[in-house]
Design a protein around this ligand. Structure first.
Ligand SMILES: Cc1cc2nc3c(=O)[nH]c(=O)nc-3n(C[C@H](O)[C@H](O)[C@H](O)COP(=O)(O)OP(=O)(O)OC[C@H]3O[C@@H](n4cnc5c(N)ncnc54)[C@H](O)[C@@H]3O)c2cc1C
Ligand code: FES
Length: 284
């Protein structure tokens, strides 16, 4: 079994995990935690909102996980992980002080700079808020450069709302329109009920000058992209993050290839006009 100390001795290389220490663990939901990871040596590399890292546990495996934290608030990498299978579940069981391997950051980011001067509509389904949160942080850090900013967040139930305290804080801002919806309400829920695409028409006021960024389950992204198109946003101004399985993460193994696109390096964030054909193909 490879040891994490062996990986440490190697020079920086996109194939070789660097060692990070778990600095803090925050339980977000029953099956979901946020880890803050600090490099054992050197500084954390720069990253763009929307990019991902490959997190590696020796003897368990390696998975792609989006960066979910702020560039400025943390000197490490922040990742929000849901226990979906063997590797992700093991990552959610880590405690502060544990060491893990990390390769990255990889992939394309959200068009945060290109959206300057435009209205921005951010749409998240469930865990999809994780890769979008750094984009919200960047936009809020330069709020004056954007028009109206709307965040639509959909979850299965009130108990599944990711980053709920932070959404409540954002809701109190006058320069951000936050709408949270759930598919199934409980008796205490006073907010919207219904799937997230139904919120799109009232979030898009100026479609020709709007940029949309969305992430969530693929079925949700298909319906939301259609709603954004129906609202008048051009397909090349709607960006989605495609979270398909990865292995090498640097465009070499072909594991994530769909036609001419390698999701790991041409994505995960891609405009809808390029991503639409891939959205109709199930993962192999
Ligand atoms: C670019 C990218 C960013 C991602 N960001 C995050 C993140 O921020 N947080 C997070 O928790 N997960 C994220 N994922 C998904 C994460 O990589 C998978 O959950 C993980 O690969 C599952 O691996 P496993 O070994 O734990 O489970 P496996 O045993 O491989 O799979 C368990 C179950 O999860 C499903 N699954 C496997 N891979 C994926 C996937 N990529 N997307 C959806 N379902 C999958 C399988 O079909 C199976 O039903 C991201 C994936 C990609 C490609
Ligand atoms: S994961 Fe290997 S080519 Fe994309």
């Amino acid at each position: 079994m490879a040891s994490i100390e062996t990986a440490a001795a190697s020079p920086p290389d996109p194939f070789i995990p660097q060692i990070y220490r778990v600095d803090s663990v925050r339980r977000e939901l029953g099956d979901t935690v946020t880890l803050e990871l600090m490099p054992l040596a050197g500084k954390r590399p720069e990253f763009q909102p929307g990019q991902f890292n490959m997190l590696y546990l020796p003897g368990v495996g390696e998975v792609a996980i989006s960066i979910s934290g702020s560039k400025v608030e943390s000197t490490g990498f922040v990742h929000t992980i849901r226990a979906a299978g063997a590797v992700s579940a093991a990552l959610t069981r880590l405690e502060a002080g544990a060491k893990i391997g990390l390769r990255g950051p990889f992939g394309t980011g959200w068009p945060v700079a290109a959206a300057e001067g435009s209205d921005v509509v951010i749409v998240a389904g469930g865990l999809g808020m994780a890769p979008l949160r750094p984009a919200v942080y960047d936009i809020l850090a330069n709020r004056g450069r954007y028009g109206r900013v709307a965040v639509l967040s959909g979850s299965r139930s009130p108990n599944d709302i990711l980053y709920r305290p932070e959404l409540e804080q954002w809701r109190r801002r006058l320069d951000l329109d936050i709408t949270v919806t759930v598919d199934n309400a409980d008796v205490d829920w006073r907010g919207n009920v219904g799937v997230v695409p139904t919120l799109v028409p009232r979030a898009v006021l100026n479609p020709q000058n709007a940029m949309a960024m969305l992430c969530g389950p693929e079925v949700m992204m298909r319906f939301t992209a259609n709603a954004l198109r129906d609202a008048g946003i051009p397909a090349n101004r709607i960006y989605l993050s495609m979270e398909r399985n990865m292995k090498c993460a640097i465009g070499l193994c072909g594991h994530c290839q769909f036609g001419p696109e390698f999701i790991c390096k041409d994505g995960p964030v891609m405009p809808y006009d390029r991503i639409a054909p891939i959205l109709t193909i199930r993962e192999i």
